[in-house]
Write a protein that binds this ligand. Structure first.
Ligand code: AMP
Ligand code: MG
Length: 401
């Protein structure tokens, strides 16, 4: 049985970023990853511009208090100034407007008074050169790498690309993930339960985890615990997807048919069982370019395996240089006393206190207790053995939001 870190290494050793292609930019590209550096084709701002509504002045003219200047022109945003500011003159200017020649500073409207006869009195006697001016090229210079290959598109990055005039960029595609929950006892939500049945929580949960991790999930119903049907269902999907997530049926029971099905279909198994709780039955294999995860059926086991193993794989496929998961060390908000035979990943919630973040375990009754995970945004990692921890003692925490 592999440790969590070794299992993750086995998986990631077999994952490469998906081949990038030209993609349209827009909110749909949020979170996707640039495959090439993006350079500025010109300075930004392309001209020195005013940061305030006020007056464009020659700073040297304003060294004495209450200096009066003649207003000889007006420049609004979007207009090209045609008249230079000569000594003793100024130009009415507005935020975003290009600075006229001759002027080297802006005095805010609030620091002026009308002086009659087309003049203005400058009440600010400490006007510095460059004041309230966003100099040409402050944000970027032509040729600068503004966003590097491997950068994920945040809303601000999408704004920067729009600022460069781009409508397309070379992006890694979002991984396609087929989600197949299995189990004869499962019924889709919206349908009544017969005795012995339970509803399919894993399908909707995993599809949402895929989406949160930047993938595109497809989910076409439930697989039964019968060999021929499962063979056909899995076989039909293996080639048309980047990742296949089969949930349930991966353990060692009589009705756990997934390992046999995958073997029959020529999937090479690289990970079978991981020393962790929940999630021990995890299976990982590959066929051609398709990654196959067999996730345990208990919903919290499936969710934890997703965060620890599937999400990092999806991040690599999507081109992220850092696969994660993000692990931090935080103080406990309450004591813990429990013994575990394997490293345990427990639903927990981050809290913001006066001295920073702390982590509080959620009430939780084990692998089938999905309710205990629903309000969690972290997994508290407890090493194998006896854990007796006082509030404030430091613990490892995997962030899952
Ligand atoms: P298995 O891994 O198939 O042995 O399933 C382990 C446990 O998880 C059993 O109690 C199943 O009924 C339950 N389970 C399996 N699949 C799902 C699912 N999609 N949603 C909710 N519970 C499930
Ligand atoms: Mg089952």
């Amino acid at each position: 049985m592999l440790d969590v870190a070794d299992a993750l290494a086995e998986i990631l050793a077999r994952v490469r970023p998906l081949a990038p292609g030209a993609a349209r930019l827009g909110p749909g590209a949020l979170g996707r990853v640039l495959a090439d550096d993006v350079r500025a084709d010109q300075d930004s701002p392309p001209f020195p511009k005013s940061l305030r509504d006020g007056y464009a002045v020659r700073s040297a003219d304003c060294s004495l208090p209450n200096r009066e200047l003649r207003v000889t022109s007006e420049v609004a945003a979007g207009v090209v100034p045609t008249k230079a500011v000569a000594p003793g003159e100024c130009a009415r200017i507005f935020t975003g407007a290009p600075m006229p020649d001759g002027a080297d500073a802006v005095v805010m409207q609030e620091d002026t008074q009308p002086a009659g006869d087309g003049a203005v009195r400058i009440t600010d006697d400490r006007v510095k050169p460059g004041q309230w001016v966003f100099a040409r090229g402050t944000e970027m210079r032509a040729g600068d790498v503004v966003l590097a290959a491997g950068a994920a598109l945040t809303p601000a990055a999408l704004g920067v690309l729009a600022g460069l005039g781009l409508v397309e960029a070379k992006l890694h595609p979002a991984p396609r993930v087929f989600v197949l929950p299995t189990g004869n006892e499962l019924v889709e939500p919206g349908h009544p339960l017969k005795p012995g049945q339970i509803r399919n929580s894993n399908g909707p949960m995993l599809a949402a985890q895929v989406q949160r991790a930047g993938g595109v999930a497809t989910h076409r119903g439930i697989g039964p615990d019968t060999l021929p049907e499962l063979l056909k269902l899995v076989g039909d999907e293996l080639d048309g997807t980047d990742v296949l997530l089969v949930a349930g049926g991966v353990s060692v029971g009589k009705y756990d048919l997934v390992p046999a099905v995958l073997a029959e279909l020529g999937v090479a198994t690289h990970v079978r069982q991981v020393r962790m709780k929940p999630g021990k039955p995890l299976l990982f294999g590959t066929r051609g370019g398709t990654l196959v995860f067999g996730l345990p059926g208990n919903p919290v086991s499936a969710a934890v395996c997703f965060e620890l193993f599937v999400r990092p794989a999806l991040r690599v496929l999507a081109g992220h240089p850092d696969p994660g998961p993000t692990t931090v060390t935080l103080p406990l908000a309450e004591p813990i006393a429990e013994a575990n035979d394997r490293p345990t990943y427990r639903p927990a919630k981050l809290e913001v206190g006066p001295t920073g973040y702390a982590v509080r375990p959620r009430p939780w009754h084990g692998a089938p207790d999905l309710r205990g995970l629903a309000a969690a945004d972290a997994l508290l990692v407890l090493p194998a053995g006896e854990a007796r921890l006082d509030p404030g003692s430091l613990a490892q925490v995997v962030l899952i939001n």
